[in-house]
Ligand binder design. Structure first.
Ligand code: 5GP
Length: 114
């Protein structure tokens, strides 16, 4: 179960962001600290899932919807090819415990990950 996080405040509109894509259940917005020419976060609006393992078990259709949004963004903002990263757990680099996909695209020359 996700806790109150900054992404919950983004979903509720308490913290404004530039929304790059939105469906009934998903929004996407630029990462505040981009690690690539295109670095977008795709998140479900529900605060129910802390990480992708929980999401995959609880609502695989929602995970597929997030990946569909990621693909469309990569087509709009780059050449359609993209890197998709989910950090799972603090020791794996996760800092926000509201499941989110990092979508990285555009001239990804380095292998460094988010
Ligand atoms: P994680 O480390 O949990 O995989 O990724 C969290 C991401 O959220 C980081 O890349 C960080 O830059 C981004 N982030 C944290 N706070 C904010 C915020 O207030 N707005 C936006 N747009 N991104 C944020």
């Amino acid at each position: 179960m996700a806790q109150d996080t900054i992404f919950g405040k983004i979903v509720s509109g308490e913290i404004p962001v530039e929304i790059l894509a939105e469906t009934e259940r998903v929004i996407a917005f630029p990462d505040i600290a981009p690690q690539a020419p295109v670095h977008v976060l795709v998140i479900p609006k529900t605060t129910e899932y802390a990480d992708v393992t929980e999401l995959a078990a609880g609502d695989p259709g929602l995970l597929a919807e997030m990946i569909g949004v990621a693909k469309r963004l990569a087509e709009q903002l780059s050449n359609g090819e993209y890197r998709l990263i989910f950090n799972n757990g603090a020791s794996a680099g996760q800092t926000v415990f509201h499941v989110h996909a990092h979508v990285l695209a555009g001239a990804l020359e380095e292998r460094s990950l988010v």
